[in-house]
Design a protein around this ligand. Structure first.
Ligand SMILES: CC(C)(COP(=O)(O)OP(=O)(O)OC[C@H]1O[C@@H](n2cnc3c(N)ncnc32)[C@H](O)[C@@H]1OP(=O)(O)O)[C@@H](O)C(=O)NCCC(=O)NCCS
Length: 147
């Protein structure tokens, strides 16, 4: 099983991208239970974290229940190691009649350093649904509605 403090081939100098300054949508630690038999973190685990992160941002925007309808432009740039602190940043790209498109990036903090490495990015589309599971229009919040 890879030890993230020793075996990282991804140093911060591998990326010249800038860590988002927005509030993270989700943080999680990659655990041994999230690995495949070779000790690598499953891509599906990371996809799940990203979907949760984007879904919570979309649900807040939609003020209701949302379901994932599509995942596009998904790229795994770097591997994630056991012990990595994974942070997902989600930004709304588009609000349609019933759908919300969210771009989510994942960054990891590895070992004891403060530097972060971008590991994935993807575009997730969510649809606001009612109790019947059918699409519901997204109502724009009122201008002076601070809640
Ligand atoms: C999401 C769902 C309710 C949409 O139903 P539908 O009959 O396809 O609805 P519509 O055709 O009216 O589309 C609804 C919105 O989704 C968008 N949409 C539909 N399919 C899409 C796709 N493949 N990519 C991007 N957007 C899509 C439409 O453009 C529309 O957006 P808008 O209203 O903002 O213009 C239905 O597809 C569903 O229940 N899917 C399963 C969702 C789920 O269980 N997700 C978790 C998987 S485990």
């Amino acid at each position: 099983m890879p030890d993230s403090s020793e075996t990282s081939s991804d140093t911060p100098s591998d990326t010249c991208e800038i860590v988002p300054t927005a509030e993270p949508a989700l943080r999680a630690i990659a655990m041994p239970a999230d690995t495949n038999p070779h000790g690598d973190i499953f891509g599906g685990w990371l996809l799940c974290q990203m979907d949760l992160a984007g879904g919570s941002v979309a649900a807040r925007q939609a003020r209701g229940r949302v379901v994932t309808v599509a995942i596009t432009a998904m790229t795994f740039h770097r591997p994630v190691m056991v012990g990595d602190e994974v942070t997902c940043f989600s930004t709304i790209e588009r609000v349609g009649r019933t759908s919300i498109t969210v771009k989510t990036e994942s960054w990891v903090r590895r070992g004891v350093g403060d530097d972060q490495i971008k590991v994935t990015e993807g575009v997730f589309t969510y649809v606001r649904v009612g109790v019947d599971g059918r699409p519901q229009p997204i109502v724009a919040p009122a201008q002076n509605d601070a809640t």
